[in-house]
Design a binder for this molecule. Structure first.
Ligand code: REL
Length: 938
């Protein structure tokens, strides 16, 4: 056990350990005792609750339980901790009146808090650590900030994160902490909650009752959030348990109902109590009564009332619905609010969500009163659809964002595991912040678990957007990992979290299919599996190394998502390989079919461990979500293993040759030429030839290249099932130019010849960043560039790990630029060396950002050398299909065609035009690019 001192650096808490008591430090727990905590008896329920939780937290950390007292602490102890709100704590007011405590930095602020050590607060008391909040939530946030710094993770209960123990802890009196939120309402939406969260909450608490919600409220407060849209799949927060709303109020959690549940009434309540159709044209009176009840029931509790209307069950309203009707609905709803509350409608916070077709109404001119927050939305796939115009007049209600980490809907549900990356969430919410969206940030988190990391980030970012002006991803994730698991393995854990989410975001697990990744081109499928399995190795190693008390947390936060994602990808890739092998008549086909079965079983065993074994079954049902065997957008009722193929037995000895780049196989004395993908002296590539048993008995073979240019991993052998032979080139011996070198494989039925194409190019003035054409293409990551040209207004930024395969490049500040260019305008330069001329196709891979700025699409400029830049619109095809493809593939690829008049050195330039364009990868094609999911590698 160690002593702990808390410090703060540049607004970020540091947890520093000292062997000795630092001079002048304030003891929270010193050797003999824990410093008592004082809270005014008249302070808010929430403040009392926060103090009580601090008391338990301190006890968990140190084993010593501080006393809590409510009477005046005059002369009772040498040191005291005072907790109080500016509006309700007499103690705090007294300290302020006596000029012992200055609260200027939090006064009149929303949810602000400060932590200060003051000398001689009261007669006979030497020092007080004062946690003062501008209001009840601010005070609670101050308390939980201290708890967090003491070593109690906000996830201590929800993810079984062990409390970091210490014998003593000291607060550094030099450190004054002030904080207040950047975004006013910060929250989560529990949604799509069956079967996982619903099953678990039923088994654990008996349903979505106040016992369940108290746990959610505490978590929200520890994450400095204040806002919740409760679970609504057959559940109704106000109706299911009358204590739900009472407890929300005590915990200071602002309740709303989701975007399509107006007037604080859950969707299911209409099924329970409504009569007639959910249709304002035909059923106005009953709907009004129904809604009035929602407002009556909310009493004085803090809430945000959703106004407007969608069709029943979150569907668009009927064709007939029009702007005039919707405007009348909103006006009527406001009248109800005014009538029931007895105050002007403006006194009740309201939001209108511009979700799906509702945004079209807005675009067609529908407006709501100025005090209603306009809740802008993403496309349900994490891409923001609309942001306020930069020159739009300020609105009293401001703007909010409704974002998604989980979704039920097309092109496919994604609700099993975390596929959300911190870099992309940051990049999109950064846009929102820069465009003035600061009233509400709410995110759909599905079952809550397993979204612990992105939830933390979303809420931390909402609390203090100014703290993350540049891509925080790895740094944030490492701090987060240290908060859960301590510093020792934090960097490795951050790597695992970053990478598994990046890999999962390539394609959501629900969208995977046996043919997603190419089995034959660019060794893509194998590479995907290898990427994941490297993570599994590291995760398993860490799981063994971390102390026993961390294993449950590690399993749920790291090991399970890493292993289950890796396993699922391998499952689909193996099924794809089984299909290919069957087509190629390989004897190994059936073995792969068995392997698919094994991987399928492993998937359920991993979930079983999560549900039943981990943390002694505390999270039973949390991994009940089906995720294998989707056939359309909606989830399958049960998991279903991908179909596999079984090979018919052969009747004689038969050798087949398969090669990289082709699904075909070659037989002895085949007349069709077999040609491997080209080798280049600039790519250092390796390609393979598979000697395959397609018959009924093993056989011997020899393999021999003509000449001395090629090196093979093997020259002869016996094939039981198949042997992979790697071909490499000894470039010193190869003359300049393009050559073909035959390789002969001799087996039981005769010979097969495979040709290797060798492209040796000597590039004058070759630099490390020069990309040399080979095999008819160049592929480069967007940040593998020669020059970054910033100008007076715009600078380029690199966003780590935002791409499907690498980093991304975008520009800040994220505002539109004129589409006219001078040499000095902001652009990126890529140094190329080409061997082809003529028509040159450039495919630019970008993150699937939407034209959030009401433009007809986001554009970049592109040019070779001195040619005039072409403007390319990422959204030239803005159809529903193109969108569905872009979110499924998590990429938008746009193509421009250029003419190169000579081979040799060229500079490709990409020019900044519209904000939000995140470049990931650039592929230049002279006819050599083969089919794959991620595109060729460099
Ligand atoms: O994710 C969304 O925004 C919607 O699909 C949900 O809000 C929706 O209401 C769904 O749960 C069903 O009612």
């Amino acid at each position: 056990m160690k002593r702990t001192i808390l410090t703060i650096l540049m607004g970020l808490a540091l947890h520093s350990l000292f062997a000795q008591q630092p001079v002048g430090a304030f003891p929270i727990v010193a050797s003999k005792s824990a410093t008592p905590i004082y809270v005014d008896a008249g302070d808010h329920w929430l403040v009392q609750k926060a103090a009580a939780l601090l008391q338990t937290d301190i006890e968990k950390v140190t084993g010593k339980k501080p006393d809590t007292a409510h009477t005046h602490p005059r002369g009772t102890a040498k040191n005291i901790i005072v907790i109080g709100s500016l509006d309700q704590s007499l103690l705090i007011r007294q300290l302020v009146a006596l000029k012992k405590l200055s609260v200027d930095s939090i006064k009149d602020k929303w949810e602000a808090f400060q932590l200060t050590v003051i000398p001689n607060p009261f007669p006979g008391v030497n020092n007080a650590l004062v946690i003062a909040g501008s209001d009840r939530r601010g005070t609670a946030y101050g308390v939980f900030e201290l708890s967090k710094q003491l070593g109690v993770s906000p996830w201590y209960w929800w993810a079984d994160v062990p409390v970091k123990t210490a014998r003593e802890c000291w607060y550094n009196p030099q450190i004054r902490q002030y904080q207040h939120p950047g975004v006013r309402y910060r929250g989560i939406f529990l949604n799509d909650e069956a079967p996982a969260l619903a099953g678990w909450s039923k088994a654990t608490f008996g349903g979505f009752n106040h016992l369940f919600y108290e746990k959610v409220f505490e978590l929200l407060l520890r994450l400095k959030a204040n806002y919740l849209w409760p679970a609504m799949w057959g559940n109704a927060f106000y109706d299911d348990d009358t204590l739900n709303a009472v407890m929300a109020d005590r915990y200071g959690i602002v309740i709303g109902t989701s975007h399509h549940e107006p007037m604080l009434r859950a969707h299911d309540e209409w099924r329970r109590y409504g009569s007639g159709k959910w249709n304002y044209d035909s059923n106005e009176m009953r709907l009004k009564q129904f809604w009035a009840e929602g407002i009556r029931r909310k009493r004085g509790y803090e809430s945000i009332v959703t106004v407007g209307m969608r069709g029943d069950g979150d569907e668009p309203m009927s064709e007939k619905s029009n702007i005039a009707l919707l405007e009348k609905i909103v006006a009527d709803q406001r009248q109800i609010i005014a009538d029931v509350t007895g105050a002007a409608a403006t006194a009740t916070p309201q939001l209108w969500a511009l979700y799906k077709e509702v945004q079209d109404y807005y675009d067609r001119g529908m407006r709501v009163p100025d005090d209603i927050t306009l809740l802008l939305c993403d496309d349900n796939w994490g891409n923001i659809r609309k942001l306020p115009k930069r020159d739009a007049p300020a609105r009293a209600g401001g703007y909010g964002i409704y974002y998604h980490f989980d979704y039920v809907g097309g092109p496919r549900n994604y609700k099993w595991i975390n596929t959300n990356t911190i870099p992309r969430t940051w990049e999109q919410m950064h846009l929102a912040w820069e465009y003035g969206v600061n009233r509400i940030w709410i995110v759909n988190v599905g079952d809550l678990k397993p979204m612990e990391l992105p939830i933390s980030f979303f809420l931390d970012y909402a609390w203090n957007p100014a703290a993350y002006p540049v891509d925080p991803s790895r740094g944030y994730t490492e701090k987060w990992a240290a908060q859960q698991f301590g510093k020792t393995y934090a960097a490795d854990i951050a790597y695992l979290l970053t990478k598994y989410t990046q890999y999962n975001s390539r394609r959501k697990p629900e969208l995977l299919a046996p043919d997603t990744y190419s089995q034959v081109n660019y060794q893509e499928a194998d590479k995907v599996v290898r990427d994941y399995n490297e993570l599994v190795l590291l995760a398993e190693k860490l799981y063994k190394l971390i102390p026993a008390q961390y294993k449950d947390a590690f399993y749920q936060l790291v090991l399970y998502p890493v292993k289950a994602s890796a396993n699922l990808n391998e499952l689909y890739v193996t099924a794809g390989k089984n299909h290919l092998y069957a087509k190629q008549s390989r004897v190994a086909t059936n073995e792969l079919a068995n392997r698919v079965q094994e991987l399928y079983d492993t998937d359920s065993l991993l979930s079983l461990h999560y549900n039943k074994v981990m943390a002694n079954g505390k999270w039973d049902h949390m991994m009940d979500q089906t995720h294998i065997g989707y056939t359309w957008w909606q989830q399958p009722p049960v998991n279903r293993m991908p179909a596999v193929k079984i090979r018919k037995p052969a009747i004689h000895t038969l050798m087949a040759i398969a090669i990289e780049g082709s699904e075909t196989v070659w037989w002895s004395n085949d007349t069709v030429k077999a040609v491997l993908p080209a080798f280049s002296n600039h790519r250092g590539d390796k390609h393979y030839i598979d000697v395959v048993n397609a018959g009924n008995a093993s056989f011997n073979y020899t393999i021999k290249p003509a000449g001395s240019w090629l090196q093979l991993s093997q020259t002869s052998g016996r094939v039981e099932k198949e042997q992979r032979i790697w071909v490499q080139v000894k470039w010193q011996a190869v003359p300049e130019g393009k050559h073909q070198a035959p390789i002969t494989i001799s087996g039981p039925n005769g010979d097969v010849t495979v040709f290797a194409t060798l492209e040796k190019t000597t590039v004058p003035g070759l630099k490390q960043q020069t990309h040399v054409e080979a095999d008819g293409y160049i592929s480069m990551d967007a940040d593998h560039l020669a020059n970054v040209v910033d100008d007076a207004v715009t600078h380029w930024v690199r966003i780590a790990d935002i791409g499907r395969t690498g980093n991304g490049m975008t520009f800040f500040p994220p505002f539109p630029r004129p589409a006219t260019f001078r040499d000095t305008s902001a652009h990126l330069e890529y140094d190329l060396f080409t061997t082809d001329t003529g028509a040159t196709k450039v495919m630019v891979y970008c993150s699937p950002t939407l034209p959030f700025n009401e433009s007809n699409g986001l554009r970049y400029g592109i040019s070779f050398d001195e040619e005039a830049p072409q403007l390319v619109n990422l959204h030239a095809d803005n159809s529903e299909n193109a969108w569905a493809q872009s979110v499924s593939d998590n990429i938008r690829i746009s193509t421009s065609v250029h003419t190169l008049h000579k081979a040799g050195h060229h500079m490709l330039k990409i020019w900044a035009v519209d904000p939000g364009v995140v470049l990931q990868k650039i592929v230049i094609d002279w006819g050599g690019v083969r089919k794959s999911y991620l595109g060729p590698e460099r």
